[in-house]
Design a protein around this ligand. Structure first.
Ligand SMILES: Nc1ncnc2c1ncn2[C@@H]1O[C@H](COP(=O)(O)OP(=O)(O)OP(=O)(O)O)[C@@H](O)[C@H]1O
Ligand SMILES: [Mg+2]
Length: 297
C-alpha cells in the first residue's frame, strides 16, 4: 500500500485533500490547539471521536427538517472510507477520522451562538455589559443562562491571527443583509435544536460555532458541527451559576495551559500524560452521550 500523500492544506487540527473543484477530504487529526496554538502532544483517538460526533450531528440536522425549513445544505458526502475515491479508500490512516465533503467557497465568518455567558463573552460582559455590542440585562453571573440565545459572529482570521469578534451590523455590511440574516437564523435554529436534544441527556450546550460556504449559489453548512472543539458542553449536574462548570471540551487543556503561566503565543507548553488521558476520557464520554442520543430509535 502506498503512503498517504502530504495534505494540500494543513490546518491547526485538520488536514485537507482537494480532490477536484467540488470535493475534498477532511482528515481530523489527533492534534489539539488552544488559544489558536497547537500543542506538541497528540490526543490519541481525538480525530476519530470528533469526526464521528460531527457526522452524527450533520445527519441529525438534515433528518430533523431544519435544512428543508431554512433552505440550506450540508457539505457531508460520507465518512465511510470505502466510499472515498481511489486511492484514498486505500489509506488506513483515514479510517474513521475523515470525511468526504463538498468543497465550497467559505464565508469568512464564524457564526457563534451563545446560550450561556462564559469565556470571552463573560469577560466582555463584565467590562461593558454587552457581548459584541449586544446589550444584556444587568446582574448576570459567570455561566448564567441568557434570556435568549444570541448570535455573536467573528471574522475568520488569516493564518497566525486570532479570530476577531465583530458586530452583527458589520457582518451585514460585509455579506449583505439577506445572507447575514439567513446565517444568523440558521445558526440560532440549529443551536436551539441541539441544545434541547442535549438537555434530554443531562448536558447543557453552552455555546457553539458554525461555518458556512457557498456552492452553486446555495448555502452549505460546512466544517465540523457541534463537536467539543467547536462547542462548550457542560454536564447539568455540575452546573452552578457563578462558577465555570467543568466542560467536555478543551476547557480542561485551556485551564492547564493557563495554570503554567503560558502567555498564549507559540510555542505551547507540553501536556503532561495525566492531562492527555483526562482529555481523552472527556472526549470519549461526550461522544458516547451524543451517539446514544442521536442513534436511539
Ligand atoms: N466544505 C468546506 N469548504 C471549504 N472549506 C472548508 C469546508 N469545510 C471546512 N473548511 C475549512 O477547512 C479548514 C479545516 O481545518 P482546521 O479547522 O484545522 O483549520 P484551522 O487552522 O482551524 O483554520 P481556520 O481558522 O481556517 O478554521 C478550515 O479552514 C475550514 O474553514
Ligand atoms: Mg477551524
Amino acid at each position: 500500500m502506498s503512503e498517504l500523500p502530504p495534505a494540500d492544506y494543513t490546518g491547526k487540527v485538520r488536514n485537507l485533500y482537494f480532490l477536484d473543484e467540488q470535493t475534498m477530504l477532511i482528515q481530523a487529526t489527533d492534534r489539539v490547539s488552544a488559544f489558536d496554538v497547537v500543542f506538541p502532544e497528540k490526543i490519541t483517538g481525538k480525530g476519530k471521536t470528533l469526526n464521528h460526533i460531527s457526522g452524527l450531528w450533520f445527519n441529525e440536522i438534515e433528518k430533523c427538517g431544519l435544512q428543508n425549513k431554512y433552505s440550506f445544505y450540508n457539505h457531508l458526502l460520507t465518512t465511510q472510507r470505502a466510499e472515498f475515491p481511489a486511492p484514498f479508500n486505500d489509506f488506513s490512516e483515514l479510517e474513521g477520522c475523515s470525511a468526504l465533503v463538498r468543497r465550497t467557497k467559505r464565508i469568512d465568518f464564524e457564526c457563534v451562538v451563545r446560550g450561556y455567558l462564559t469565556g470571552s463573552g463573560w469577560k466582555d460582559y463584565q467590562q461593558s455589559g454587552s457581548i459584541c455590542g449586544i446589550k444584556l440585562p444587568a446582574g448576570l453571573q459567570n455561566a448564567s443562562q441568557l434570556p435568549e440565545p444570541i448570535f455573536t459572529p467573528a471574522t475568520k482570521a488569516a493564518i497566525g491571527d486570532h479570530d476577531q469578534n465583530v458586530s452583527f451590523a458589520s457582518m451585514q455590511s460585509a455579506l449583505g443583509m439577506e445572507l447575514a440574516d439567513r446565517l444568523k437564523t440558521i445558526s440560532i435554529a440549529i443551536y436551539k435544536h441541539a441544545a434541547k436534544k442535549m438537555l434530554g441527556a443531562g448536558i447543557i450546550l453552552c455555546d457553539t460555532k458554525f461555518e458556512f460556504g457557498i456552492l452553486d449559489d446555495k448555502v452549505y453548512l460546512i466544517d465540523e458541527v457541534l463537536t467539543p472543539d467547536s462547542s462548550r458542553y457542560w454536564k447539568s449536574t455540575d452546573y452552578r451559576e457563578g462558577t465555570t462548570p467543568p466542560g467536555y471540551d478543551k476547557q480542561f487543556i485551556r485551564d492547564y495551559a493557563e495554570s503554567t503561566g503560558w502567555n498564549k503565543t507559540a510555542p505551547a507548553p507540553n501536556l503532561p500524560q495525566s492531562v492527555i488521558e483526562k482529555t481523552q476520557a472527556l472526549y470519549r464520554e461526550i461522544e458516547s452521550q451524543i451517539e446514544n442520543l442521536l442513534t436511539a430509535v
